[in-house]
Design a binder for this molecule. Structure first.
Ligand code: ADP
Ligand code: MG
Length: 785
């Protein structure tokens, strides 16, 4: 099954504002009560203290008996107490500091504490739900808990039918202590519904990587925004949010979302005295190679070299091998077996050097990583901090080297500039989402959209598209994502199938058995047509299919996910209303782009600033160095007493002939930003569809300033728009390469337009010579792409 369970559209709408207001009200009423009786307050304080002491004893016992550790680390103890007291809590500890225990210990403790306090729950002691973004990490944790005899499961798409059934049974029977799931699952109403009826209730929701909830976080995930709503809906008793990387602004966002008091925020400074934070600047990327080789010869031991691109990981690993190092590449593009093998061999110190993209390291807990090298510019200070945090967990001296040169910024800008669509794209998208058919649907009913198709049609990458839709849902309250629907329902008969077809009494069930058509192995049922022909709700059939799946009559296989939304408010209809929304969303997205660019600059500032690196890093997260110190004494700044100087970016005039070549090669005049992306080498759905990433002009102006490119292409597009005889093509058009020829004239027109706008003078100068920013070092010192 896919990660979404199919389910029914049963849930009543819940207004988030209403919920938040109610919970706030409940809190302030509580406070009034306390004020009424001082006596009560004193009693309560004594009780809380007694309870804390008791809780701590239990927590400590679990720490020893189940996890085999003698003492709590950092603020684990306080965070666990806060949770056991029933209060929402935020934990900000660096990676590897031990955040997981802050929810695992309470999850185990509830049962015993219930029994001891005498207010045990007749139905069971409930469960802890852990929301975590990465399936692999969830699995590791679940396996490790199971080995300790703790009942934990993971709700994810890779589970077999039998495994899913077993998890559901364990939930019903109150045998499960922890249930892990990805945030996307919260869009599944069947899941949300079933969590409302877990025996003993939801004692705790743990939100791992909680910074993802903040739009200001470095990895904002819109589905995370729904966790707070979920917690309210399923009446979770308390929430713990955990992150390694929260700036004060992000921490503030998390606290607001979950009503966390400042006194329940527990932080540990990211400062690690055994890490030497080092950096070097150079003129070009190529200058980095000899420095890297020298470094690796000097500092032996387990080493991670971080790069940005998959390709570059491979090429650099090859280069290192050619230099006699035992190095391998690791990135998300490798097969899962290969990845697991590399990880195992690195863990066992059989491979000393891994050249990796950001994909490596999550969940890697190797104590003796001696060196972390940044061969490229990190996208954020948070990412840098997380990656260096993997070094020296054994407390021994370790080195973190950062190589920086002006070229590094091009690639980073490339990433940062890829998400902002043009206004026309945005307008087109909204017009389609709020088309007449959707508008005509009465409030409270649903509409379906296919994210993939929208992304293709309006040239908006999947990630910003998700953010856009989540913004329309959560900020503007226009609709709510409900359980995604599938366009295809198939099933396999179990050995009990025949029996169930005979005893089936429900109308929906009969409809299924009468209308499903058997192919070779699978039965295929057209749910929509069957429902229409029989005049019954589609949901009845879907629900019954799921029930038949649950009772073992059949094994359901669904595919072709379609996202479904329920309309909550009158939708924008007129051009003015749409434009108004476009303005607001566009402003949002523009500031997100600026944010992304600023975050890269912050990394560079940290490395080139006039401040101790460790101090600057702690400062970024709103903390200082221990004992109010302002220098670590062993970073490059402290050692040299001078800031690293970054050579200036070479300034190049805009290469107009290069611009013209791109205009010749691309049959697009409706979106200057799109053309600038092609010139700069940024992929988008439309770029891929038109196969423009395969032409030689792609990325041919990657060493230019993006805004200058944008200016030139805007001129070219405006020139076409002004020409009365040229018909502009709409954005949504299934373009094909064969259509190019027909529009060559427009290409020429635009070319004329652009050269007539006053740039002929340096038209032919400085023709592009194919700089390869991702080349590699070869023995002769030459540079190959
Ligand atoms: P985080 O989530 O903060 O990155 P983890 O929870 O994965 O860190 O813990 C990292 C490692 O530290 C794990 O191997 C864990 O068992 C260990 N650990 C956690 N708490 C303690 C403790 N109190 N004493 C010793 N080891 C601990
Ligand atoms: Mg963790």
């Amino acid at each position: 099954m896919s990660d979404y369970d199919s389910g029914d559209d049963l849930l009543a709408d819940i207004n988030i504002d209403g919920l938040v207001a109610t919970s706030k009200r409940a809190r302030s009423n509580d406070e009034d009560d306390y004020q009424q009786s001082e006596q009560k307050q004193v009693c309560k304080r004594i009780k809380v203290k007694d309870n804390d002491v008791h809780h701590e004893a239990r927590a400590h016992q679990i720490l020893k008996d189940r996890f085999g550790f003698d003492d709590f680390r950092h603020e684990q103890r306080s965070a666990i107490q806060s949770i056991l007291r029933g209060e929402n809590t935020l934990v900000i500890f660096p990676t590897g500091a031990g955040k997981s225990l802050c929810y695992q210990i309470p999850a185990i403790a509830f049962e015993q504490l219930d029994a001891e306090s005498g207010d045990g729950r007749p139905d069971g002691s409930g469960i802890t739900i852990v929301v975590s973004p990465l399936i692999a990490l969830m699995k590791d944790q679940v396996d490790s808990l199971k080995r300790k005899g703790i009942s934990a499961e993971c709700m994810d798409s890779t589970k077999t039918y039998e495994q899913q059934q077993e998890t559901k049974r364990a939930l019903r029977e109150g045998r499960l202590r922890l249930l892990y799931c990805a945030p996307e699952r919260l869009n599944n109403e069947g899941f949300v519904e079933s969590m409302k009826y877990v025996p003993g209730g939801i004692r705790l929701i743990a939100v791992d990587e909680a910074h993802c909830i903040s739009e200001w976080g470095h990895s904002f995930r819109p589905d995370y925004l729904k966790v707070a709503r979920f917690a309210e809906e399923i009446k979770a008793e308390r929430v713990i949010c955990l992150t390694a990387t929260a700036t004060p602004r992000v921490a503030d966002d998390v606290c607001k979302a979950f009503n966390i008091k400042e006194s329940n925020v527990y932080r540990t400074s990211p400062y690690r005295p055994n890490l030497q934070l080092l950096a070097e600047s150079m003129k070009t990327k190529q200058d980095k190679y000899p420095r890297l080789f020298e470094f690796l010869r000097m500092y032996r031991g387990s080493t991670l070299v971080y790069v940005t691109l998959q390709k570059q990981a491979e090429v650099l690993a090859d280069d290192l091998q050619a230099q006699g190092f035992n190095a391998v590449a690791f990135h998300a593009g490798l097969g899962s077996e290969e990845k697991a093998k590399i990880q195992d061999e690195f863990m066992a110190s059989e491979i000393p050097i891994v050249v990796a993209t950001i994909a490596f390291g999550m969940g890697i807990d190797k104590p003796d990583i001696r060196n972390i090298i940044h061969f490229d510019l990190s996208s954020t200070v948070e990412e840098y901090s997380q990656q260096i945090g993997r070094a020296g967990r054994d407390g021994l001296e370790s080195h973190c080297m950062f190589y920086i040169c002006p070229e590094d910024f091009y690639l980073r800008e490339n990433f940062a500039r890829g998400d902002l669509p043009s206004r026309d794209s945005l307008r087109g998208l909204l017009k389609e989402v709020f088309n007449q058919e959707v508008i005509d649907i009465a409030r409270g009913e649903g509409f379906k959209i296919n994210h993939y198709q929208l992304s293709q049609d309006y040239d908006i990458r999947p990630s910003p598209l998700n953010i856009l839709l989540a913004t329309l849902e959560l900020r503007f309250g226009l609709f709510r994502a409900v359980t995604p629907e599938y366009s295809s329902y198939k099933y396999e008969a179990t050995n009990k199938y025949g029996y169930f077809t005979k005893i089936e009494k429900t109308r929906a069930g009969r409809a299924i058995f009468n209308n499903a058509k058997k192919a070779v192995k699978l039965y295929d049922i057209d749910v929509t047509a069957t429902a229409r022909d029989l005049g019954m709700p589609r949901n009845d059939i879907v629900r019954r299919l799921n029930e038949l799946n649950d009772i073992g009559a059949l094994v359901l296989k669904v595919s072709g996910v379609q996202n479904k939304y329920r309309v909550l408010k009158p939708l924008p209809q007129t051009d003015e209303e749409i434009d108004d929304l476009v303005d607001k969303l566009y402003a949002d997205m523009e500031s997100r782009e600026i944010d992304a660019l600023n975050r890269v600059q912050q990394v560079a500032d940290l490395i080139t600033g006039s401040k101790c690196f460790a101090h600057a890093l702690a400062d970024h997260f709103g903390m200082g160095l221990p004992d109010g110190k302002t220098s670590c004494g062993h970073c490059t700044y402290c050692l040299t007493g001078k800031p690293i100087v970054l050579p200036p970016k070479p300034h190049r005039p805009v290469d107009i002939s290069g611009i013209n070549k791109i205009l010749d090669a691309c049959d697009v005049r409706d979106d200057p930003r799109f053309l600038a992306r092609v010139a700069f080498g940024i992929k988008s759905p439309r770029v891929t569809r038109l196969k423009l990433d395969k032409i030689q002009e792609f990325a041919s102006l990657e060493d230019h300033d993006f805004d200058s490119l944008l200016k030139e292409f805007t001129r070219a597009c405006d020139a076409v728009a002004r020409e009365p005889n040229v018909q502009r093509e709409p954005l949504v058009k299934r373009e094909s390469n064969s259509a190019r020829g027909s529009a060559t004239k427009r290409g020429r027109d635009a070319k004329r337009g652009s050269s007539s706008s006053g740039h002929g003078s340096y038209n032919q100068r400085g023709s592009y010579n194919g700089r390869g920013s991702y080349g590699s070092f070869s023995r002769g010192g030459s540079y190959r792409k």
